[in-house]
Ligand binder design. Structure first.
Ligand SMILES: [Zn+2]
Length: 135
């Protein structure tokens, strides 16, 4: 039996981050379907289950790796989106004491103590210097 499984899985894709994520979704949907009576959930559970099985048993490894890389790319975005929302409130709470500028050369957000007049700002990341007039 072990030998059979080994031969069966040989040359197949197996598990990756996307499959772990899909399995998590699948379990979540399966648990949720116990409590709510949405017909759509029933299909979601099945589609996720088949998707995970299809991906792990697939022999088209480059295609599966591409999907996983795409998944990892889009998973990075929500994090930076939340960072942006959090950053927005940070900046809002500091707007009386600090000003925020984007470095014109690398785009890094720079925090500068608020004072009037022309300020020379030096980017902490790329060293680029620029000046801004603060009213
Ligand atoms: Zn810079």
């Amino acid at each position: 039996m072990k030998n059979f499984l080994y031969r069966f899985m040989a040359g197949r894709y197996g598990n990756d981050s996307l499959n772990k994520f899909l399995t998590g979704l699948w379990l979540g949907a399966a648990v949720l379907s116990i409590f709510v009576d949405w017909k759509i959930l029933y299909y979601i559970v099945w589609v996720l289950c088949l998707l995970v099985l299809f991906r792990s048993f697939s022999r088209n490894i480059p295609a599966r790796q591409k999907e996983n890389a795409f998944f990892l790319r889009i998973m990075r975005k929500p994090r930076s989106l939340f960072g942006g929302v959090k950053g927005f409130f940070d900046r809002l709470s500091q707007r009386k004491t600090h000003r925020f500028f984007k470095c014109p050369s690398c785009g890094t957000l720079l925090r500068v103590p608020r004072r009037k007049g022309l300020m020379n700002i030096r980017c902490v990341r790329c060293g680029n210097q620029f000046s801004r007039r603060i009213r």
